[in-house]
Design a binder for this molecule. Structure first.
Ligand SMILES: Nc1ncnc2c1ncn2[C@@H]1O[C@H](COP(=O)(O)OP(=O)(O)O)[C@@H](O)[C@H]1O
Ligand SMILES: [Mg+2]
Length: 338
């Protein structure tokens, strides 16, 4: 188990991480998520032992490692740019840490074959130069290199961000499978909310060095704890006071309020099915996304975006059509006005 106990990291006057308290469980896939500059890499580097906290403690399995050198913490790290050695072949890259530790050649060979097998690298690739490999294969080499030292914790800093969109989605799935197979406690850093939602057992959302929320992907998405989390994760509509009033009293019209586009549903005006609450609106626009369409609907004094899955829509709406917009008030996220 990993514990951040009131960890603070300052660079000169700048506080990159403040009062960070986290507990990460054994075997968990845990993600630090937030916009660029929010302190994710700094928190990860503090855990790895590359940055010394200016306050607080970091514990691994109950042991205070705050001042323990990196190589004695049992952590393996994969960097954003992989930091592979371009002049070495795949085998030597994977064996690098082992050779630094003066592990015998025979044991290095055995260990490299083992992790290559586990990370899905074919033995025919081991003698290739890393520069000959695709981005996806290089990423496997970087993970294999980190795993070669049998770390108890694997740290990954935006390992997919240098890859094109399609490969990123593929590797995301493979990474999840790999972590499941290996079972190693993983702390993953990303600014990509979709990546975080699909990969993680739990997510910590950071803003400007401050923890906003820790929870499962569902909790983070459906029950965002702060307006920042709500706006950062997924799409949302901010409801105006006039819209809240027109919903008829189920909600507090003075609160900062949001609802996600797929939580709204369109029905014909005069539809006989009942809904917990609804607005009256008129269609302004529709954009087609293949798997779903997004309708822009004028409601009271502002427009709402409504996401409708392809095939689920019994109606195709056109601009000018009057519609009923149904919403269950429990999907409206409300925060006390600032
Ligand atoms: N070695 C450093 N010296 C000074 N400032 C740094 C250093 N590393 C990071 N920072 C600053 O700390 C903040 C957090 O950086 P970082 O942890 O890299 O954010 P993230 O990984 O979330 O993008 C940023 O404002 C960054 O400029
Ligand atoms: Mg970073």
């Amino acid at each position: 188990m990993i514990r951040f106990d009131d960890v603070e990291v300052t660079f000169g006057e700048h506080r990159a991480v403040s009062h960070l308290n986290l507990e990460i469980q054994e075997g968990e896939f845990f993600t630090l998520l937030g916009p660029s500059g929010c302190g994710k890499t700094t928190a990860l580097r503090a855990l790895a032992g590359f940055v010394e906290p200016t306050g607080g403690r970091i514990l691994i399995d109950g042991r205070d490692v705050t001042r323990v050198p990196s190589e004695k913490r049992g952590v393996g790290m994969v960097f954003q740019n992989y930091a592979l050695f371009p002049s070495m072949n795949v085998r030597d890259n994977i064996a690098f840490g082992l050779s630094v530790q003066k592990v015998s050649k025979a044991d290095q060979r055995r260990r490299v074959n083992e992790v290559a097998d586990r990370t899905g690298l074919a033995s025919s690739q081991l003698d290739k130069n890393v520069a000959e490999l695709s981005g996806g294969q290089q990423q496997r080499v970087a993970i294999a290199r980190a795993l070669a030292l049998t770390p108890s914790i694997l740290l990954l800093d935006e390992p997919l961000s240098n890859l094109d969109a399609k490969l990123r989605v593929q590797l995301r799935e493979q990474l999840k499978e790999l972590q499941h197979e290996v079972g190693v406690t993983t702390v993953y850093v990303t600014h990509d909310q979709e990546e975080a939602l699909t990969l993680s057992d739990r997510i910590a959302v950071l803003d400007a060095g401050t923890l906003q929320q820790v929870g499962t992907p569902e909790e983070i998405y459906d029950r965002s704890a702060t307006p920042f989390v709500c706006r950062f994760i997924g799409e949302n509509n901010r409801l105006t006071p006039a819209q809240l009033v027109s919903l008829g009293g189920a909600l507090d019209a003075t609160s900062e309020s949001y609802v996600r586009p797929e939580k709204l549903h369109l029905a014909p005006v005069g539809d006989t099915t009942s809904a917990p609450a609804s607005f009256e609106g008129s269609i302004v626009d529709r954009t087609y996304h293949g798997s779903h369409s997004v309708y822009t609907v004028a409601v009271e004094d502002a427009a709402l975006r409504v996401s409708v899955p392809a095939g689920a829509a019994a109606h195709q709406w056109s601009p000018g059509d009057a519609v009923r917009v149904d919403v269950d008030p429990r999907w409206v996220l409300q925060y006390p006005a600032a």
